[in-house]
Design a protein around this ligand. Structure first.
Ligand SMILES: Nc1ncnc2c1ncn2[C@@H]1O[C@H](COP(=O)(O)OP(=O)(O)O)[C@@H](O)[C@H]1O
Ligand SMILES: [Mg+2]
Length: 438
């Protein structure tokens, strides 16, 4: 697992320091402050490759660039591996256009799965991507990682290995269809993961359909289906973006674990039931019901996948969703979990670890440091309320101002808004005879 990151003169801030927690790590911050960037760097620290360098069809995951090329840029990190804790420092060398550090293979933190915001995935498998050591020399005779564009997840990934085009995945459509037909462990595993990731379980859960679908008379593929709550079995390619996002995640986890088991067996090694899960915009395309369920589900998913109660997940996720933060209130544990927030202050981006407190209603998260809204309402309502509160503070407000602000409030607030109580009380207090008024 990743223990810490320390960046200087790279990315949006002059310096960033992150002491990660062993289980859940949530990152919040406005657009463009560096959430995705931090997750890219976390992936690089764990695997020492930038996703974009391994698959140019991705629309993100580019290598980190120094902020000021004439100054020294460093990325330091600590990883806890099978054999203990290790520290690494890398410096950007402009001549080589790359990050250089002590030579050597990455350490083995267990499986690493990165869900990129554009629907792509990257997988690093200790059994397949961890290269060999001969004497004191590292020989990188393994593929450094498997990086899928969003299309590759569905249609398969073929990459050159030792100059031979090699099919490393058949893709969700073909693999899932064949797993269902075999009626074995693979189908069970995929269904179990889908069930955990669906918001409610029971009748509502995300279940594989019984039938396959043909999309046209020329398309020879038998497309797996998803059973919807309303009884129809929908070809998975036609399912909503949210359902496809979750199904793609279930497939990538199932595929990564399945291939890890097969490779471990071939190598005569014990499989590793540790996983680091990197997830950008974890709520992307998900309805609030799903947003509320996704993080708690991911913390449980490894146990389902591996059938091992001791399986460990470190989750590092970026979010813009107040529901995601509210959803972890019951489980957040300071010893195992952390919340990081990016802010823009005095012309600088600042990364902070914030103390996590329960806020009760979801709207309270919107006005917290996580999202920094003035009011959990429309912009118009926020402006009207600000003006109203200013008037409340005046000793002798003008009648015309009160009427004007009243009209603003009427056009922006709902009839049952709690703010009416305050505003009405203020107006009543002005009508009271002089002397009794506070
Ligand atoms: N690979 C990179 N190297 C250096 N700087 C980057 C890199 N990727 C993004 N940045 C910088 O970080 C800023 C934030 O980008 P990003 O992490 O995508 O924001 P967000 O918080 O919305 O995910 C960008 O405006 C850019 O200046
Ligand atoms: Mg982003």
């Amino acid at each position: 697992m990743l223990k810490s990151l320390h960046l200087k003169n790279v990315g949006p801030a002059p310096e960033m320091q992150m002491e990660l927690a062993p289980r859940l790590n949530l990152i919040t911050g406005d657009n463009g402050l560096g959430k995705s960037f931090l997750i890219d760097v976390a992936w690089w620290a764990l695997t020492r490759k930038w996703p974009q360098d391994l698959n140019t069809n991705l629309t993100s995951g580019y290598g980190a660039r120094p902020t000021e090329i004439t100054k020294k840029s460093t990325i330091e990190f600590e990883v806890e591996s099978k054999t203990g804790r290790v520290k690494y420092e890398s410096t950007y060398v402009p001549d080589e256009q790359s990050w250089l550090g002590k030579a050597g293979r990455p350490w083995n933190p267990g499986l690493v799965v990165y869900a990129l915001a554009d629907g792509g995935f990257a997988v690093w498998d200790p059994a397949r991507n961890y290269w060999k050591k001969k004497g004191n020399v590292d020989i990188q005779d393994r593929v450094p990682a498997y990086v899928f564009s969003s299309k590759d997840v569905w249609d398969g990934l073929r990459i050159p290995i030792d100059e031979k085009p090699t099919q490393v995945s058949n893709g969700l459509v073909a693999d899932w269809a064949s797993w269902i037909r075999e009626r074995g462990e693979d189908a069970r595993r995929m269904a179990a993961v889908l069930e955990v990731l669906a918001p409610t379980g029971g009748d509502d859960s995300l279940k594989p359909g019984e039938s396959f679908a043909r999309l046209s008379i020329n398309d020879a593929r038998d497309i797996p289906t998803i059973r919807m709550g309303y009884g129809q079995e929908v070809p998975i390619l036609y399912a909503s973006l949210g359902v496809r996002r979750i199904t793609a995640l279930a497939y990538m986890l199932s595929w990564a674990w399945r291939e890890h088991l097969i490779a471990s067996k071939q190598l005569g090694q014990e499989p590793s039931s540790r996983i680091v899960l990197l997830f950008d915009e974890i709520e992307a395309h998900l309805h609030p019901r799903w947003q509320r369920a996704v993080v708690p589900a991911l913390l449980k998913v490894m146990q389902k996948l591996t059938n091992d109660e001791d399986a460990r997940v470190q989750l590092i996720a970026a979010t813009h969703s107040p529901l995601v933060l509210a959803s972890v209130e019951p489980l957040f544990d300071r010893g195992q979990d952390a919340w990081f927030d990016l802010d823009f202050e005095n012309q600088e981006v600042i990364l902070r670890k914030r103390p996590f407190v329960r806020r009760g209603e979801v709207g309270n998260w919107l006005t917290s440091e996580a999202f920094d809204l003035g009011e959990p309402r429309s912009i118009e309502a926020e402006v009207a309320m600000r003006e109203a509160l200013n008037l409340c503070r005046q000793a002798t407000p003008e009648d015309t101002d009160i009427e004007r602000v009243n009209t603003l409030l009427q056009s922006a607030l709902g009839d049952t808004d709690r703010f009416w109580v305050r505003w009405t009380a203020f107006r009543e207090s002005l009508k009271a005879p002089k002397g009794k008024k506070k």
